[in-house]
Design a protein around this ligand. Structure first.
Ligand code: ARG
Length: 284
């Protein structure tokens, strides 16, 4: 008798990554970059990016965006913009150093069939680096502000996308994008570094995330970019996690995979920054 294959709904996540061809630290726009100008090697950066791509590819479809010469930070695909269903809200970078990425991202997403949804003029917003959907509902959007994105982006996104947006003020310059210190995980779990937020924002997190679902990291893990994690189902891909953090993630049912990304940490980014989820809220 022929074997029957069980049929079940399975959606493979889609992740965008931008080639590291032109990656380097050639200017300073966050504290991590300060002591690392011209301190990266292309070969090592390529190797680490390949390792991340191969790891992500085991759990998702990876789409590759070509890099643009003269845009060393374009490799951080999370900052291209925010995807919601078929809509793409392009980033408006705070610093001139990254503004040159904007036309490339606009063209790429338009060419790939996304509806381009523009924020009002004069609002800074750095895309999925500062805007993270709750993995459970995909309707609630956490938005970081205080360093790169403007608080005004929160009501604008709520209106444009018709979703609830919860703004969180980032208080520590080392954690200048929300995805450096906060990561919504499957089933409502949330990985975060409490000291990166002001008191009101911490209270907001605690109001929405039940105590048993809060996975807090200490400073040691935070500076190793443990919160800058790619969550695909029950898999969590990150630069490094201490044995204690790994144990707590595993107790919550997650499988932790480490991919060394120190070359990118010199620029202030790691696993999550190097990716952009393309199938966010596909029913929207
Ligand atoms: N050097 C880049 C910058 O400062 C790093 C961006 C990291 N991206 C992120 N989503 N956290 O803009």
């Amino acid at each position: 008798m022929a074997e029957t294959t069980p049929t079940y709904e399975r959606t493979v996540p889609r992740i965008l990554m931008c080639e590291p061809t032109f990656f380097e630290v050639s200017y300073v726009i966050n504290p991590w970059m300060t002591s690392h100008v011209h301190d990266t090697t292309a070969e090592r950066a390529q190797r680490q990016w390949d390792a991340l791509r191969e790891t992500v590819q085991r759990h998702a479809d990876v789409v590759i965006q070509p890099a643009a010469a003269g845009q060393p930070d374009m490799v951080f695909a999370a900052n291209a913009g925010l995807v919601f269903g078929n809509s793409f809200v392009p980033s408006r970078f705070r610093y001139d150093e990254r503004k040159g990425e904007e036309p490339h991202n606009h063209a790429y997403f338009a060419r790939h069939g996304f509806d381009i949804v523009e924020l009002p003029d004069g609002i800074f917003f750095e895309g999925a680096g500062d805007a993270l959907f709750d993995r459970g509902t995909s309707r609630r959007l956490w938005m970081g502000h205080g360093h790169r994105s403007d608080l005004e982006a929160a009501p604008a996104l709520a209106r444009l996308l018709d979703i609830e947006v919860l703004p969180l003020r980032l208080a520590d310059p080392r954690f200048y994008h929300l995805d450096t210190c906060f990561c919504p995980l499957a089933d409502g779990y949330t990985l975060y570094f409490p000291a990166a937020f002001d008191a009101d924002s911490l209270a907001l997190i605690e109001r929405h995330v039940a105590p048993a679902e809060r996975i807090t990291v200490d400073e040691h893990d935070a500076v190793a970019f443990a919160c800058n994690a790619v969550n695909l189902g029950r898999v969590v891909i990150l630069n490094r996690a201490s044995p204690d953090l790994r144990a707590r993630l595993e107790a919550a049912g997650f499988m932790v995979i480490e991919v060394a990304l120190d070359e990118y940490m010199k620029s202030g980014g790691a696993a999550k920054c190097l990716t952009l989820r393309l199938d966010e809220a596909m029913d929207a």
